[in-house]
Design a protein around this ligand. Structure first.
Ligand code: BG6
Length: 487
């Protein structure tokens, strides 16, 4: 891996503390960082290098998945420097350039620069522009921009943002993080069907009955009401994480796949999803908001009673959707997607339900047969299980489901941010959101956003601690299906 300077905007923030420093530290432990690297943290607060290093150490003690060893930490944080930066002050970028060049000279490394924007979306444009204008972006080596979500607020704002960023960085230099793409089980999904002829053969509408993608959370809006009340489940989870899961599930890759091919295939999937019309969105979409309820024995407030939420808010905290990919592989297979806050349990999973043999269904069912399922648990468990039928040794002639465990070794799975930061350092954009798919996913959700805005479909209340509004269950029942594993 080439020597690199990481320039981290938002170094005093929550994401850096919880995710970025622990990820870097774990990569360091595994010798997966460049042999020579340096990190320059930026923030408004007036911190010294020593104070910054102490904060990083604190965050490792609190959030690293592997215990922080004081000796190793000491050598790790040696690479960290801090500089005060006001995002709109051009002179601060000149000062920053001086510091970056000084560090590169001290370490004798080429100017490979990774600019990581762990800041609010309103700062993406000015930072990119100032990087360019100050000369920070004129490197002899490579430069890359790592950018967190949200990438825009709707289709138009996403296009505007992309146009602005592309004045300073090329598409190949922009790494848009969607942390769901870094999740180990999502990364394994691709390999599962790409490298196993059995799976590859089954990965289509001939054998698959329906696909269910769930991301339920027990948390509510926490301290983020001022953000969340303007965003809702569609923008916060659906447009990005959920559609990314759908793409990664539906993708059909050749054995010799490249990042470019992944991008093209994802684009094809997004282009093939049947579009919705604003007036009839309600046929495919269920909008929900949590009412008061009970989660794991604890009473919780309704969304409208959360501090910072507008009194008459119609914001969505739940969405369930039914999508059809209209292509050769998937035509006729419904993809059901749902995500919500304040649900009964935290569970992020994909369930692939296989078809039953035609004409035999009742005979098999009477003998205790269950549909074949492939279940991919992403959170809190990380596992992959194939449910098949076997003969029941205790009841002659009867069947009994058996579960084949396809899970990776438990215990030591990298966190999403480790996978993503490593890929960004390596220059591998496979598991980042490419512009085409981001634009197409905004285009796909735009009629939903418009319909919500104009209140063209009902807002169903669901009790906190449930599986969402009953209408989400009915949507599947009408097609002879049900959400798996709701109990
Ligand atoms: C974030 C959303 O992108 O993803 C949060 O902004 C959400 O609202 C989070 O809680 C969920 O991530 P995970 O990895 O816990 O499923």
């Amino acid at each position: 891996m080439e020597p690199t300077t990481i320039v981290l905007f938002g170094a005093t923030g929550d994401l850096a503390k919880r995710k970025i420093y622990p990820a870097l530290y774990n990569l360091y432990l595994e010798q997966k960082l460049p042999e020579t690297f340096s990190l320059i943290g930026l923030g408004r607060r007036d911190w010294s290098d020593e104070f910054f290093q102490a904060q990083v150490e604190k965050s490792l003690n609190e959030f690293s998945r592997r215990q922080a060893d004081p000796e190793v930490v000491k050598s790790f944080v040696k690479a960290f420097r801090y500089s005060v930066l006001n995002i709109s002050h051009k002179e601060d970028y000149i000062k920053l350039l001086g510091l970056v060049e000084q560090r590169e000279a001290e370490l004798g490394i080429p100017s490979n620069r990774l600019f990581y924007l762990s800041v609010g979306p309103e700062f993406f444009e000015p930072i990119a522009e100032n990087i360019q204008e100050s000369g920070l972006g004129s490197t002899e080596g490579w430069k890359r921009l790592v950018i967190e979500k949200p990438f825009g607020h709707d289709l138009q704002s996403a296009r505007d943002l992309n146009r602005k960023l592309s004045e300073s960085f090329t598409e190949e230099e922009i790494y848009r993080i969607d942390h769901y793409l870094g999740k180990p089980m999502v990364q394994r999904l691709e390999t599962l069907h790409q490298s196993n002829p059995i799976m590859k053969a089954l990965w289509n509408n001939r054998y698959i009955s329906n696909v269910q993608i769930t991301a339920n959370e027990t948390v509510g809006v926490e301290e983020r009401a001022s953000y969340y009340d303007h965003v809702g489940a569609v923008r916060d989870m659906f447009q990005n994480h959920m559609l990314q899961l759908l793409m990664m599930m539906a993708i059909q890759l050749p054995y010799n796949s490249t990042s470019e091919k992944v991008g093209l295939k994802k684009k094809h999937i997004m282009e093939s999803i049947q579009p919705l019309q604003k007036q009839t969105v309600g046929a495919n979409i269920i909008r929900g908001q949590y009412a008061e309820g009970n989660i794991q024995g604890k009473p919780v407030n309704a969304y409208t009673a959360e501090p910072g939420v507008a009194e008459n808010t119609m914001n969505d905290t739940f969405i369930a959707a039914k999508l059809q990919i209209d292509d050769f592989f998937w035509r006729g297979v419904p993809f059901y997607i749902r995500t919500g806050k304040r649900m009964k349990e935290k569970s992020t999973r994909i369930v692939i339900e296989f078809k039953e043999p035609s004409g035999q269904t009742n005979v098999l069912k009477n003998k205790g047969s269950k549909p074949n399922l492939l279940v991919i648990e992403m959170s809190p468990d990380q596992s992959m299980t194939l449910q098949l039928n076997a003969s029941d040794p205790e009841n002659k002639g009867e069947f009994k489901p058996v579960h084949i465990d396809l899970s990776p070794d438990k215990g030591d799975l990298a966190e999403a941010y480790e996978n993503l930061i490593r890929d960004a350092l390596l220059g591998d954009p496979t598991f980042f959101a490419h512009w085409d798919e981001v634009e197409l996913s905004w285009a796909w959700v735009q009629p939903i956003l418009d319909a919500f805005q104009e209140n063209l479909l009902p807002l169903h209340l669901y009790p906190a601690g449930s599986y969402g509004p009953a209408e989400s269950d009915i949507m599947l029942e009408e097609e002879g299906h049900h959400w798996w594993f709701d109990e």
